[in-house]
Design a protein around this ligand. Structure first.
Ligand SMILES: *Cc1c(COP(=O)(O)O)cnc(C)c1O
Ligand SMILES: [Zn+2]
Length: 441
């Protein structure tokens, strides 16, 4: 990292590769190298994220060649009830389970028969993967856990990120547990629940006057500056490692379905990273022989007020035109999604779709999920449930097929979205008053 100071992002990637001989060698289990998603160029594992040849995004390439399918399945099943049961498939050291971290994952896969009945889905066919059960109540603990291991391996002493809210909390908590400094950046106008969640772990929390895309741009500048030296930005210079955490959603869903692929899966889109890695996870399980090789469809879900990917999908475009976000689904409010084009590829390749719902539909969907299944989702969960409903009504999602809908965060984080939900009645503490209110059985 020493030689990268004062360099821009692209030159940072080049610089690190050029000096890779003095990059300390790191052992991240089965992770073999970083590989460019555009041109396939490979470089050694390091804190880089852009290809030196074409500036395409780098991702982890693995060597799984030594694995025997049945041995691997047994090893996973005997593993801890968290994401580290899949350590043989992640860019982490072999002894990762013993290091202080938040041990996220292995969240519930809820068979949602009441919701299925309301949506016209066959009984036993609809499931909600409820990631509100993670340590900081969103799916972000999965990705941060991977980035933390990379930060340790590369010797970073400060953990940082640009965040739409949930990531800031996940980074703050992970750093606290690991004994690292954290300093995270969010748009200044986030929901109070998310601000408190991000601040409570004792790290530094900085509000930026601007939207997420402004925050992200600022962080990119900070990485190239001495002011950010020794900082691991989980979703920027550690992004290739971070992103792999989303594969664990796919692994868990299949294992919880009895090592079966779902037919259809509905995933929220912010940057699009999660959706692309859910697909990668499913393809790996097929390649490893852990699930049967059969088709599956991936559906992406956005809020209408920040729908650059669904707009491109519906228009048949390959490029994603940035938008200025304006939606209550703030955790998904990324107007210029880095993985947007890859999401389009995956939706089209698998026969899925990308759809969006209005803020009013998001609120209705939050209430629908709570009322039918006892799951209180944050706005992102309202987006996936709302999009699922819309796609079933449009005949795009098949109600006879096994469908998994992701809920990626807890409703307590976005209470404002359902403000006005409250008392049925206020009565005097008497039976007469109770009867007058029309509540007697
Ligand atoms: C971050 C986030 C997502 C997805 O983010 P990607 O950038 O698309 O990976 C989904 N739901 C919630 C609640 C999030 O915080
Ligand atoms: Zn490349």
């Amino acid at each position: 990292m020493r030689k990268m100071r004062r360099k821009g992002l692209a030159s940072m990637a080049v610089q690190t590769v050029a000096t890779s001989t003095d990059t300390p060698s790191v052992d991240l289990g089965p992770a073999a190298a970083l590989s460019c998603r555009e041109c396939g160029h490979r470089v050694p594992l390091g804190p880089v994220f852009a290809c030196e040849e074409c500036f395409g995004p780098l991702e982890i390439a693995y060597d799984f060649s030594g694995y025997d399918t049945e041995e691997l399945r047994k090893r996973i099943e005997a593993g801890p009830a968290n994401i580290w049961r899949y350590a043989p498939l992640l860019p982490v050291p072999a002894d990762v389970a013993g290091k202080p971290n938040l041990n996220p994952g292995w969240t519930k896969l809820v068979q949602a028969d009441h919701l299925a009945a309301e949506l016209g889905v066959d009984a036993g066919r609809l499931f909600v993967k409820d990631d509100s059960g993670n340590p900081t109540h969103s799916f972000k603990d999965r990705v941060v856990a991977q980035a933390l291991e990379a930060a340790r391996a590369f010797g970073f002493t400060t953990l940082s990120c640009s965040s739409t809210g949930n990531l800031a909390g996940a980074v703050g908590a992970a750093a606290a547990r690991a004994g690292l400094r954290s300093c995270v950046f969010i748009p200044h106008d986030l929901e109070q629940g998310k601000v408190v969640m991000a601040a409570i772990y004792g790290g530094e929390l900085v509000g930026i006057e601007g939207n997420y895309d402004d925050v992200n741009r600022f962080c990119s500048e900070l990485i190239g500056d001495p002011a950010g030296e020794g900082w691991g930005f989980v979703n920027v210079n550690l992004r290739p490692y971070y992103a792999e955490g989303s594969k664990t959603l796919a692994y868990e869903i299949c294992e919880q379905l009895g090592w079966r692929l779902p037919d259809q899966i509905v995933v929220p889109i912010a940057s699009g990273s999660q959706l692309t890695k859910v697909d990668k996870g499913l393809r790996e399980l097929i390649a490893l022989g852990l699930v049967e090789d059969k088709p599956y469809k991936i559906f992406g879900a956005q809020a209408e007020g920040c729908s650059p990917v669904s707009t491109a999908f519906k228009a048949g475009h390959d490029v994603v035109r940035p938008q200025k976000p304006d939606t209550i689904a703030k955790s998904l409010a990324i107007g210029n999604p880095a993985d947007g084009p890859y999401v389009l590829d995956i939706a089209r390749r698998t026969g899925g779709a990308v759809e969006d719902v209005t803020d009013a539909q998001i609120v209705d969907a939050i209430k629908l999920l709570a009322r039918t299944e006892g799951i209180f989702a944050e706005t992102a969960g309202g987006v996936t449930v709302g999009v699922t409903k819309k796609l079933i009504e449009a005949g795009v999602l098949d109600p006879a097929k096994t469908t998994v809908v992701l809920n990626t965060g807890d409703g307590l984080k976005t209470l404002d979205a359902v403000a006005g939900t409250g008392l049925t009645a206020t009565i005097r503490p008497t039976l007469d008053s109770f009867r007058e209110a029309g509540l007697a059985s």
